[in-house]
Design a protein around this ligand. Sequence first.
Ligand code: SF4
Length: 336
Amino acid sequence: MRIDDIRQRLAALGAKPVHVQRVLRAWAHALPLDAGAGRRGPALPQAVHEALPALAAELAGLARVHSEHPGEDGSARLLVQLADNQTVESVLLPRDGLCVSSQVGCAVGCKFCMTGRDGLLRQVGSAEIVAQVVLARARRPVKKVVFMGMGEPAHNIDNVLEAIQFLGTEGGIGHKNLVFSTVGDPRVFERLPQGPVKPALALSLHTTRADLRADLLPKAPPLSPDQLVAEAEAYARATGYPIQYQWTLIEGLNDTPEELDGIVRLLSGKYAIMNMIPYNAVPDLPYRRPAWDKAADIARQLHRRGILTKLRNSAGQDVDGGCGQLRARVIAGEAP
Ligand code: SF4
């Protein structure tokens, strides 16, 4: 279901834009759909009022918490069951953040990622994306939404941009607190600057070497790291938000002195933050997590060389590893 479908259904029942906005705003904030009706502004038309219980049940059925897995760092990983029983992961992040999934599975096929192993199973609709936010808001405030869960948002760009537009208006989330995360796709650089709500951009770079990137991210669009940074920099200057470059740090692969030189060459003078996240090892995959001390040393070196670098643990990694691992374990019957 798309958010627009809900708008049209309410309009067909006689709701004016102000009514539609009120109902959708209540949904986005995890309130009863008739919250505020009759107190501020015109009362809802009778037909709309009568339809709300069924609509509320339908919206509640878009996404349900299958299981919840709190982490030690204040995060919690939610396995979310969609209406057709497919599952995706959402992560409640410290400081009122939420990481949502935009696809069931993913077609980019990054070699180090669990989600990419089964390919794309289906798109997540814009209403299902918002439903993940509503589930989280029923638990605690959400002031930031990052599209870094399962899937490549660029491969589901219409639904993701519709959800971003909604969350940045009725959803009450500041535009720079909506973070579109991508491996880099020409559609992203075309579409994001045109939208009325312009999200911040996170770009998964992982390496400065075009050959290694093509190997690690086999189905990412064939843009070189230089081209990606040039496109992203134009967006950063247009929006006034720095680009968040994501770098999954893998032992012996992209933690080398040559890569550090490459990062300095690519990002010096750019409006950029480098987020380094030590890899969460996945059973059966040959990639390893570097020692934290080594990762910290790399971040320090980059800082000294003028690159604003943050070293992060991926949230909830003590629960079940990185994105897609919890879902895989539940499907395999190893987790509740
Ligand atoms: Fe897809 Fe992201 Fe996994 Fe790559 S890392 S396969 S883009 S979900």
